[in-house]
Design a protein around this ligand. Structure first.
Ligand SMILES: [Zn+2]
Length: 466
């Protein structure tokens, strides 16, 4: 007799849906099979039983342009759980040229008491320093196996020049640390932004002019060359263009140790929204792209050129966004995302852009493998954490900010019709969200998960699609 059993669901098993029961004991998945008996049984016929989603790119309580992103670790956890996300990875913030352990300690102190789903952190650095390199072996020992660096944001002191990029990649290769990279050509973006500023063109419609697609594709190619030469594994965050995704795949074939992530905003929004009085509500970096790039991005997703969809969740309220003084240089950049990640990706299955296997892998298995959480997270394998999404594929759903839990008063997807909705989220065997009762988890109920090194398959399978 198991603690509880989800009866007669369509369980995601060996990359396909199979009719089965799924049993849970304590915090773990106990069995997948037929006629399983539980002290508690929940009928889930017609529902997809999927691994809880793993959002590897969130920014809770992030200061930006005088505002602070609206979700903290607690409200962000609730929103994620309501959408079917059971694990997220956020970022540390380096002060001065301190080492990675100091900023990790500080961010954990901020998060541990608030998180309500499981989480980890990427060690984010702006400045290359001796302490950073000295502490890399200890970083992995603290369960953090990824660094985050920037090829853009020179003005905020975050950008790495080529020499420091080279030094960081060499040091991280030696310590088995995956380097996640914001790949945009920062020098060129600063130049184009200065030009736009001098011409008085800092309206939101100029954001793509100051950050054209080629500033992304050029940076991805350059990063790939650094990866090929140093042998360091790199992961490109928020690939915004179809062309960028294609380059990630080409560079893999040419032997770069590279994998790519895109975000729902690049799959659903396009630059026509960057006009008129509400255009700045859609401001994020890299910017949303022309429709052709968006269409191509879905095609590259379908061709397995990208490994992950994560959100870059960084919500601001309309009041925060309206403080921008009509200048993109003063606009808090970022969009809400964690709660709608599973919905928007799985909707791509209904609209026949991608397969169910691709969708599930992109939001759970692949991020878990790449960031050293698999199979504990991102799988339904018996013995692993019972993190589960019970998904109803047959309901129609209209996105409205009012029905979402993220702490912002608008949604960039307002009015979008989607097929499907998450009906129940289970975190380590506990129901933390259900359609009927809403949020049922608790503040501080999430855990920091110690990560192992990245699965080499995503970086070494030369010439093969993911
Ligand atoms: Zn980000």
């Amino acid at each position: 007799m198991f603690d509880f059993v989800l009866k007669n669901g369509q369980v995601f098993w060996n990359d396909a849906l199979v009719q089965a029961d799924l049993a849970v004991n304590g915090e773990h998945i106990a069995a997948v099979g037929s006629n399983l008996k539980g002290k508690n049984e929940i009928e889930v016929s017609g529902r997809w039983i999927l691994p809880g989603a793993v959002d590897v790119h969130t920014h809770f309580s992030l200061p930006f342009a005088g505002a602070i992103s609206a979700d903290d670790f607690y409200s962000g956890s609730i929103a994620g759980a309501c959408g079917g996300v059971t694990t997220f990875i956020d970022f540390t913030a380096q002060k001065g040229d301190e080492g990675v352990l100091e900023s990790l300690k500080r961010r954990r102190e901020e998060a541990d008491g608030l998180v309500a789903i499981d989480y980890s952190l990427h060690a984010c650095i702006g400045r290359y320093s001796e302490q950073v390199v000295e502490q890399l072996p200890m970083l992995a020992a603290h369960g953090v196996t990824s660094l985050k660096i920037f090829m853009a944001y020179g003005r905020s002191g975050l950008m790495q020049n080529d020499v420091n990029l080279y030094r960081i990649l060499n040091a991280c290769r030696d310590n088995g640390i995956l380097v996640t990279v914001h790949a945009e050509n920062g020098e060129l973006i600063d130049y184009l932004t200065d030009n736009a500023s001098a011409a008085g063109n800092l309206g939101i419609e100029n954001l793509p002019v100051t950050r054209p697609v080629f500033t992304e594709t050029e940076a991805i190619r350059r990063l790939a060359d650094f990866s090929r030469h140093t042998g360091c594994k790199v992961y490109v965050v928020h690939v915004s263009s179809g062309e960028g995704a294609q380059i990630v795949a080409c560079e893999r074939q040419r032997g770069a140790h590279i994998a790519g992530e895109t975000c729902p905003q690049y799959l659903y929004l396009d630059d026509r929204l960057l006009t008129g009085p509400t255009g700045h509500f859609f401001g994020c970096c890299p910017p949303i792209r022309p429709l052709q790039q968006q269409q191509k991005l879905w095609q590259r997703f379908a061709a397995n050129d990208l490994a992950v969809v994560a959100t870059d969740h960084c919500p601001f309220t309309t009041t925060d966004k309206n403080s921008w003084d009509n200048k993109i240089t003063s606009l808090p950049m970022g969009l809400p995302g964690i709660e709608t990640l599973p919905l928007l990706v799985l909707n791509g299955v209904h609209s026949e852009k991608i397969s169910l296997q691709q969708a599930v892998k992109a939001i759970s298995e692949n991020p878990a493998r790449i960031f050293g959480l698999y199979p504990q997270k991102g799988s339904l394998v018996p013995g692993t954490d019972a993190d589960i999404m019970v998904y109803n594929p047959n309901c129609d759903h209209e996105i409205t900010a009012a029905s979402l839990h993220m702490k912002t008063d608008y949604s960039p997807y307002e009015g979008l019709h989607c097929r499907g909705c998450n009906e129940m989220t289970i975190l380590r065997g506990q129901v933390v969200y259900s359609h009927e009762k809403g949020w049922q988890g608790k503040k501080g109920g999430g855990r920091f998960i110690s990560r192992h090194a990245a699965d080499p398959e995503f970086f070494m399978k030369k010439g093969l699609p993911l």
